[in-house]
Design a protein around this ligand. Structure first.
Ligand code: NI
Length: 228
């Protein structure tokens, strides 16, 4: 299940983040890679412990908490602090096929996050660069993703994925993982479908008695399946 989450950040927030990043010190992206992915990862990252990276992560986390579509699609339990990466045409940066590490420990803590859902929040607009598509493999084939600045894609952490070579400009993004209250991808997708259907029904026929019964069904299913 790939879900496009539009307007996570406003144009003004994207500009603010980009200004912060322009002043920051970028390092080799292999600092957070596992053994297999380190061999295919060619990009730059902001070190997590810098003031810029921490302020940027706060901005993204705050926006996520206020985005109903993210909450509905992901049902977050724990969010790994967002990271920031850059792929430049100079150096033909790309990231070969890999699956993200299953478990991530939040640096400086003993908090472990199971990476049920992967997210990429685009901070460059598509006009700024060529290449740099996020390619995600799922049961229905491979999907190429390139979104407007401020928009985000979420996809199952179990998916093989890669980022194609950037051939012009720079591709800047935030990426992070979420442990969901529902680890099973099929159950999570059904809950999302149900939630979206209830919202649509409530919009079209707010007085319909099924709005109440379906909402109750949603919460009772969540009670059955959620690990909090
Ligand atoms: Ni990855």
């Amino acid at each position: 299940m790939l879900v496009h989450i539009p307007e996570v950040l406003t144009a003004e927030q994207v500009r603010y983040c980009r200004d912060l990043m322009a002043r920051a010190n970028w390092v080799d992206g292999r600092i957070t890679a596992g053994h297999q992915s380190a061999q295919v990862k060619r990009n730059l990252q902001l070190p997590e412990n810098t003031p810029e990276a921490q302020e940027l992560a706060e901005i993204v986390l705050d926006a996520l908490g206020r985005h109903p579509l993210f909450m509905s699609a992901v049902l977050p339990k724990k969010i790994f602090p967002p990271l920031f990466n850059r792929y430049d045409a100079e150096g033909e940066m790309n990231f070969g096929s890999h699956v993200d590490n299953a478990i991530r420990t939040v640096p400086g803590t003993s908090v472990r996050v199971r990476t049920d859902v992967s997210s990429t929040l685009f901070l460059s607009s598509p006009e700024e660069y060529d290449g740099g598509e996020l390619m995600v493999e799922d049961t229905y084939g491979t999907h190429a993703v390139k979104l407007p600045a401020g928009d985000m894609i979420v996809y199952p952490g179990t998916s093989l994925h890669h980022v194609t070579k950037v051939t012009r400009g720079s591709r800047i993004a935030s990426f992070f993982w979420t442990e969901s209250m529902i680890s099973d991808v099929t159950r999570r997708a059904m809950m999302f479908d149900l939630d979206i259907s209830i919202i649509r029904l409530n919009g079209d026929h707010p007085e319909h008695p099924s709005v109440v019964s379906l909402t109750s069904l949603y919460h009772n299913l969540l009670r059955q399946w959620a690990a909090t």
